[in-house]
Design a binder for this molecule. Sequence first.
Ligand SMILES: [Zn+2]
Ligand SMILES: [Zn+2]
Length: 352
Amino acid sequence: MQALRWMMLGPGEPMQAAPFLPSARAGEVVIRVAGCGVCHTDLGYYYEGIRTHQPPPRCLGHEISGRVESAGAGAESWIGRAVIVPAVIPCGECDACRRGRATICPQQQMLGNDLHGGFATHVVVPARGLCAVDEARLPAAGLDLASVSVVADAVTTPYQAVTQAGVGPGDLAIVNGIGGVGGYCAQIARAFGATVVAIDVSDRKLAAVGDTAALTINARDRGVKEIKSTIQAFAQAQGLRARSEWSIFECSGTRAGQETAFGLLNHGATLAVVGFTMDKVEVRLSNLMAFHARALGNWGCAPELYPAALALVLEGKVRVAPFVEKRPLADINSVFAAVHRHEIDRRVVLQP
Ligand SMILES: [Zn+2]
Ligand SMILES: [Zn+2]
């Protein structure tokens, strides 16, 4: 079988399939791609001219699952295994990596940005950090290997956020922006024992949350004060902390959403910024001081957390199947256009 990569030649130019010869050097593996998720970040490179670290021609795609076909020296034990590739692969050796701060490794390599990505039949990656998938457990969760590609960003990024926010039983977790990553954030917070409040401006998305959220709020016609008092009343009725220590996950990646999230801060609260926007917001930063609150961010997820995130998926505590839509890789150009036009709500996974 001829190995093919769909290359971005330049922003907005139709991507084209280009043949290549995949080969693994020492410590690397060649993976036959089962699926690769289409992320908002890919659209940013393709439509908004956000630059990839390595210039085009570049193969995008950083949510990859597949099977290891061949390996270089030292990585042979991976041959034949089903894996998820971390979206960002730290070097494993620098000061930050040695201190367990893999997400800020200065030598980290991101798929479809530093390295050629997963919109391809094959991808060549370092074996370090690969997450093994127990395929025997996939059918019980209604999944196949292609579908769990979305673990490598859409699931693990909020997993890192929920983990570092310290969410646990008895906590109130508020997720602002409930599509895609936010939907997984809500499920993960609930799996960690929190009661979840979901906020969005789309009734359709709020309805899709189902029983993951104990309370849903459409923020379209409500000011932040009204939203806050609604949540306070709910928390009180539920016997939860009504005026302190909320965990607020900003997943909308919009200016309005960030303003709402900041406005929900209370005493001892944690604000986690998960979504991204280039827009600036005006906030009274001193509220962090006055409330003894904290604001956190996370750049992806450390590879060592991937197995625990995958475990939640395989246990059925985080449902993935209803939020994934598989399409042929050969349709990449029309799929990108459709996702860009917001015509597809679910996460698209491209399959070679
Ligand atoms: Zn992504
Ligand atoms: Zn490093």
